[in-house]
Design a protein around this ligand. Structure first.
Ligand code: HEM
Length: 737
C-alpha cells in the first residue's frame, strides 16, 4: 500500500508542476478572447477590411485590451502586436523566435520551395539569389526596358480612349513588366496564355484549401499546374540558351537565377526553387505596384496642387530628353518630389496590410507570453497612423519625407523590415516612377465614379451573382456560400445608400424621381397610401440589380456576335443608325431617335427569339389543376421553357433561320408566342429599360467601331446563354470618336 501511495505521489509531482506551470503561462497570456472555435475573429476582421474600417477595428481592440491582445485568426490562436517596438521585435526575431507563416492554399499553389516558406539558411540563399537581380546595381540597366513596356501600354490602352478603368489596366501593366523584365517573355500568344493562367491561379491563393471539383482552390491548383508547366519549359529554353551563349546571364531574372553557382559550380537553386520563386515574385509584384499607381492617379486627380508640383518635376525631366529617348536611372534620381508623394501614398494606404509569423518557441513580448505554435499578427497602418511618429497622420503631406533620416526606424514599414524586407523595393520604385512620368506628361484625367475603396480583391456583387444559380449547399467553400456572403455585403452597401437617399429626400437635396431608390422611398400604395418597408425596398433593389445585369448584357453580347457573322444584317442596321447619327450634332440620343430604330429593334427581337436570355421559369401549383387532360397536383412545380415556343415552326417558319423581317408586322405574331420578357401579371417590368439600354449601346457600337470574332462561336447555358470563351473580338474604330 505504501509503495502504491509513493508511486502515486511520485507520479503526481510532475503533473502538479506541469499544471502550475501551465497556469502561470496562461496567466501571462495577453488579454482578449479567442472567440468561437475556428472562426474566432476572422470574419470580423475581414468584414472590417471590406468596409475599409480595419484600422478602427484594431483600434477598438487596443482600447479594450491594451497594446498586446490575443484573438483567433484563420483557425489559429494569434497575438496581435503593433507599433514601432512591435515591428522591430517581429523583424529582428525572424528565424530565431518566428518563422514566416503562409496559408496552406498559398503553399500548395505557389510551391513549397518559395521564399515565403523558407527560413534560416535556405531563406538566405534563395533571397540572395533573387537580390542578385533585384538590387539597384543590376536594375539600373533595365530602366529603358521598363520605359518601353510602359509607353507601349499607354499607346495600346490609354491613347484614343475617353474612359478607362485604372486598377485592371495597372494590373495588366505590372504583369507585362514582370513578363518582360523578369522572365524575358515577349509580347505574343505565350505571354497572353501565361497571363490568363496566372489570373486563374491567383483567384484561389487565399481560398479555403478544399480540393473538390467546384472549389476556387481546385481551379487555382489546376491553373498553377499549367503556369508551372509553362515556366518549366521557359527555364529549359533559357538553360539551353545560356549553354549555347545565345543569351546573357543578365538578360532577365530566370537567366540570372540559372547562372548563379555554388562552390561546386552547380546551380545554386534547384529547379523547384527557381520555379516556385518565379511564381512568388509574379504574385508579389503584380498586386502591389499596380495598387500604388492606382492610388497615385486617384490622388493626383483630387489634389491639383500636388499634381502641379509632380507635373513640373516630370516636365523638367521630359524637356531634358530628346524625342523617343528612354528614361535612365539618373532621371529617376531627379524625381524626388514624385517619390515623396509615392511614399506618402504608401504610408496612408499601404498595399500590404500587415503580416503573420508563427512562434517557433515560447517567446515573451511586452510582459506577455506568445506560446510556441501561436501566430503573431503585425499591422502596418497602426504605425503609419501613429500621431507621435507622423504628426496629424490623416493629413496627406509628402513633405514629411523631405528628410528621410528624420523618420524613426521601424516606423515606415510599407515594405516590411529585417531579413524579409521586400526585395522588390527598387523594382517597384522604377515601375511606379516611370509610369507616373508618362502618365502626367502625356495625359490629364478626372475621376468618373466614387472615390471609396475597400480591401477586397473581388467585387462583391459579382460574387453574389455567381452563386445565384448554384446548388444551395452552405459550406464555406461552395459557390452558394460565397454568394450568400456577397449578398450580405451588397445588402449592407444598399442599406447605407437607402439611408443616405432618405436623408437627401428629407432635406430636399434629391428629387423623388432622381433614381429607383428615391422613387421607391417616395412611393405610396394606391390602395392604402402605405410606403414600402425598408426590407421591401432593399430586396427589390437587389432583384432589379440581378434581373437587369445578366439579361441586357447577354442580349448585347449575342447581338455583337450576330452582327460580326451576318454582313447583310450589319449593313442594314448600320445604315439605319448612321442616318440617325447624321441627323444629330454632338447631342445625346433622345426617345424620338429610339423610335426611329425600327430595323435595329427587329434584329434585337430576332436575337432574343433565337437566344432568349431567360430559358424559362417555374410556378408552384396552389391547387390541383388540369392542363391538357393531365393533373398537376397542388404543390407541384410547373416548368415552362421559352425556346420551345420560339422554335415552333408553326409560329415562326424556318425557326433556325435568323430573319428580323418576321417582326415587320408585329401584330401578325400570335399572342403568347414571342415571350422573351414573359407575360401576364409577371411580365418583365424592365422591358422598356432594357430596350433603351440595348438600342443606345448598339447605336454607338456600330457607328463607332467595326469588329471581328477572334475565337470560336459556341455558347453554353450557365443558365444564361454565355459564349464559351466570353466572346473575344478584335475592334477597329471607324472614325475619331
Ligand atoms: C509598392 C510595391 C510593394 C510593396 C508595398 C511591397 C511590400 C512587401 C512587404 C510588406 C513584404 C514583407 C511581408 C512580411 O514581412 O511578411 C514584401 C515581401 C516580398 N516582396 Fe514586396 N512589395 C512591393 C513590390 C514588390 C515587387 C515589385 C516584387 C518583385 C519584383 C516583390 C517581391 C517580394 C518578395 C519576393 C517578398 C518576400 C521576401 C522574403 O520573404 O524574404 N515585392 N513585400
Amino acid at each position: 500500500m505504501d509503495a502504491l501511495l509513493l508511486t502515486v505521489f511520485l507520479f503526481l509531482i510532475p503533473v502538479f508542476f506541469l499544471l502550475t506551470r501551465r497556469k502561470k503561462s496562461s496567466e501571462r497570456l495577453p488579454p482578449g478572447s479567442l472567440g468561437l472555435p475556428i472562426i474566432g475573429q476572422s470574419l470580423g476582421l475581414l468584414r472590417a477590411m471590406r468596409a475599409n474600417t480595419a484600422e478602427k477595428w484594431l483600434e477598438r481592440r487596443i482600447t479594450r485590451y491594451g497594446p498586446v491582445s490575443k484573438m483567433s485568426l484563420f483557425g489559429k490562436p494569434t497575438v496581435f502586436i503593433h507599433g514601432q517596438a512591435a515591428n522591430k521585435f517581429v523583424f529582428n526575431n525572424d528565424g530565431t523566435s518566428f518563422t514566416s507563416q503562409q496559408p496552406e492554399s498559398t503553399r500548395m499553389i505557389l510551391g513549397d520551395r518559395n521564399i515565403l516558406e523558407l527560413s534560416g539558411e535556405d531563406h538566405k540563399r534563395v533571397r540572395s539569389a533573387l537580390m542578385f537581380f533585384l538590387k539597384p546595381e543590376s536594375l539600373k540597366r533595365y530602366v529603358g526596358k521598363m520605359d518601353e513596356e510602359i509607353r507601349n501600354h499607354l499607346e495600346m490602352h490609354w491613347h484614343g480612349k475617353q474612359k478607362i478603368t485604372v486598377l485592371p489596366l495597372m494590373k495588366n501593366l505590372t504583369f507585362n513588366i514582370i513578363c518582360s523584365l523578369l522572365f524575358g517573355v515577349e509580347r505574343g500568344p505565350r505571354r497572353d496564355e501565361l497571363i490568363e493562367c496566372f489570373r486563374q491561379m491567383i483567384e484561389g491563393l487565399w481560398s479555403v484549401p478544399v480540393n473538390l471539383p467546384f472549389t476556387r482552390y481546385n481551379q487555382s491548383l489546376k491553373a498553377s499546374k499549367k503556369v508551372q508547366k509553362m515556366l518549366k519549359e521557359l527555364v529549359c529554353e533559357k538553360r539551353v540558351q545560356l549553354e549555347q551563349k545565345t543569351t546573357s546571364p543578365l538578360q532577365d531574372l530566370v537567366t540570372c537565377l540559372l547562372n548563379i553557382r555554388n562552390i561546386n559550380n552547380e546551380e545554386e537553386l534547384t529547379e523547384n526553387e527557381i520555379l516556385h520563386n518565379i511564381m512568388v515574385v509574379m504574385v508579389a509584384g503584380y498586386d502591389t505596384s499596380s495598387v500604388v499607381i492606382t492610388f497615385l492617379l486617384r490622388l493626383l486627380a483630387n489634389e491639383p496642387a500636388i499634381h502641379a508640383a509632380v507635373l513640373q518635376e516630370q516636365e523638367e525631366i521630359a524637356r531634358s530628353k530628346s524625342s523617343g529617348e528612354f528614361l535612365t536611372w539618373e532621371d529617376l534620381s531627379k524625381m524626388k518630389y514624385t517619390w515623396r508623394v509615392t511614399m506618402e501614398i504608401l504610408r496612408t494606404t499601404p498595399p500590404v496590410f500587415g503580416g503573420m509569423r508563427t512562434a517557433i518557441k515560447d517567446t515573451e513580448y511586452g510582459g506577455f507570453l506568445i506560446p510556441k505554435g501561436w501566430q503573431v499578427f503585425w499591422a502596418i497602418p497602426m504605425t503609419h497612423n501613429d500621431g507621435s511618429i507622423f504628426p496629424e497622420p490623416s493629413n496627406f503631406d509628402p513633405s514629411r519625407f523631405e528628410n528621410q533620416a528624420s523618420v524613426p526606424p521601424y516606423s515606415f514599414v510599407a515594405f516590411g523590415g529585417g531579413s524579409r524586407i521586400c526585395p522588390g523595393y527598387e523594382f517597384a520604385r522604377i515601375e511606379i516612377l516611370v509610369s507616373i512620368h508618362y502618365m502626367v506628361t502625356q495625359f490629364t484625367w478626372k475621376l468618373c465614379a466614387d472615390n471609396k475603396f475597400s480591401r477586397v480583391p473581388m467585387p462583391c456583387f459579382q460574387k453574389m451573382i455567381e452563386g445565384m444559380w448554384s446548388v444551395p449547399v452552405k459550406l464555406p467553400f461552395t459557390r452558394y456560400s460565397q454568394s450568400l456572403k456577397g449578398s450580405k455585403r451588397v445588402q449592407d452597401i444598399i442599406k447605407d445608400l437607402i439611408s443616405e437617399k432618405r436623408i437627401e429626400l428629407e432635406q430636399k437635396i434629391a428629387s423623388p424621381l432622381q433614381d429607383l431608390i428615391t422613387c421607391l422611398l417616395s412611393s405610396r400604395s394606391d390602395n392604402n397610401g402605405k410606403v414600402m418597408t425598408e426590407k421591401e425596398i432593399l430586396h427589390n433593389i437587389m432583384l432589379v440589380m440581378v434581373a437587369g445585369h445578366d439579361t441586357s448584357s447577354v442580349v448585347l453580347t449575342f447581338l455583337l456576335r450576330l452582327l460580326a457573322n451576318d454582313p447583310v444584317v450589319h449593313a442594314t442596321l448600320l445604315q439605319e443608325q448612321e442616318e440617325i447619327a447624321r441627323s444629330k450634332s454632338s447631342e445625346e440620343l433622345t426617345w424620338k431617335d429610339l423610335a426611329k430604330m425600327k430595323y435595329t429593334w427587329r434584329v434585337v427581337m430576332e436575337t432574343m427569339r433565337i437566344t432568349p436570355p431567360i430559358f424559362g421559369g417555374f410556378r408552384s401549383a396552389l391547387k390541383d389543376i388540369e392542363f391538357d387532360r393531365f393533373l398537376i397536383p397542388k404543390g407541384w412545380q410547373i416548368f415552362w421553357a421559352m425556346p420551345m415556343t420560339h422554335m415552333d415552326d408553326d409560329i415562326f417558319p424556318e425557326p433556325s433561320k435568323f430573319d428580323p423581317n418576321r417582326f415587320e408586322n408585329q401584330a401578325s405574331t400570335p399572342p403568347y408566342s414571342f415571350v422573351p420578357f414573359g407575360g401576364g401579371p409577371r411580365k418583365c417590368p424592365g422591358y422598356e429599360f432594357a430596350r433603351i439600354e440595348i438600342l443606345v449601346a448598339i447605336h454607338y457600337m456600330v457607328t463607332q467601331f467595326t469588329w471581328k470574332l477572334c475565337a470560336d462561336n459556341n455558347f453554353s447555358r450557365d443558365p444564361m446563354p454565355v459564349p464559351t470563351q466570353g466572346l473575344p473580338i478584335k475592334i477597329t474604330p471607324r472614325k475619331a470618336c
